[in-house]
Write a protein that binds this ligand. Structure first.
Ligand SMILES: *[C@@H]1O[C@H](CO)[C@@H](O)[C@H](O)[C@H]1NC(C)=O
Ligand SMILES: *[C@@H]1O[C@H](CO)[C@@H](O)[C@H](O)[C@H]1NC(C)=O
Length: 219
């Protein structure tokens, strides 16, 4: 018995010290989101605030300075949003309407580290995964799987929710697919073609995200 009484103050001191250390450590060790891999393919299910559903094929290709959102609206229009890092985006359909709109953004596609400086909000279960959660400039809430570090879920300030269904690191869409149709080029008539109505904005909220970061976050 006597030894344990002797030990107790030391134990308490240790506990106290340990508590202090871990409190300090956890303060400075807020996790950061994993930067996007330079090339990946992801299938996203999107639901905007009006309940419109979209399946988006996202081909992110930082190495080649390009990003593609192929947006299938539920039982509706299939829209292609092809973005180049030089600031030019082509938003088009491949059906008989031959719609195309050229859009210029001040800067190019999202950088792999576009989440740098995001504000850590803690952990939360979402879509059945335990996630670390960050918020970036009141624009996007980003959920990343605690275990695998893969993105799981994004919420845009517009109410649009993206559920990440697949995340294939290193997958690249072949060059031939990165070609806007001929009616995107040429005459000034191009500028007069009807604006595609299907998305909330150009390329849906993915395009909105890019536009937003182009103008107010990226320098
Ligand atoms: C889509 O979002 C709306 C509004 O938030 C919600 O009421 C609806 O249940 C969602 N639909 C699906 C399939 O998740
Ligand atoms: C950007 O690159 C694309 C693809 O090469 C090209 O079609 C477009 O004209 C370029 N835009 C500018 C502003 O150079």
């Amino acid at each position: 018995m006597a030894p344990s009484i002797k030990v107790k103050p030391i134990f308490v001191t240790l506990l106290y010290a340990t508590f202090h250390l871990s409190a300090v450590a956890s303060k400075s060790a807020d996790p950061s989101p994993v930067p996007w891999p330079p090339q990946f393919h992801s299938i996203l299910f999107m639901n905007n605030s009006k309940g419109n559903l979209q399946k988006v094929d996202l081909w992110y290709d930082w190495n080649n300075g390009r990003n593609f959102n192929i947006i299938q609206n539920q039982l509706g229009k299939l829209t292609y949003d092809l973005e180049w890092d030089n600031g030019t985006s082509y938003v088009y359909t491949l059906d008989s309407n031959r719609e195309c709109r050229t859009v210029h953004f001040p800067v190019g596609i999202l950088r792999p580290n576009w989440l740098d400086g995001a504000n850590y909000l803690g952990q939360q279960h979402v879509d059945g995964f335990l996630c670390n959660v960050w918020e970036k400039v009141d624009f996007i809430w980003y959920y990343e799987d605690v275990v695998t570090k893969r993105p799981v879920h994004w919420v845009f300030f517009t109410g649009m929710v993206a559920h990440v269904m697949t995340f294939e690191v290193g997958a690249v869409l072949e060059d031939a697919e990165w070609q806007a149709p001929v009616y995107c080029f040429g005459e000034a008539e191009n500028e007069k073609r009807p604006v595609i109505q299907s998305g909330v904005s150009v390329g849906g909220d993915m395009g909105l995200m890019k536009g937003f970061f182009s103008s107010s976050v990226a320098q």
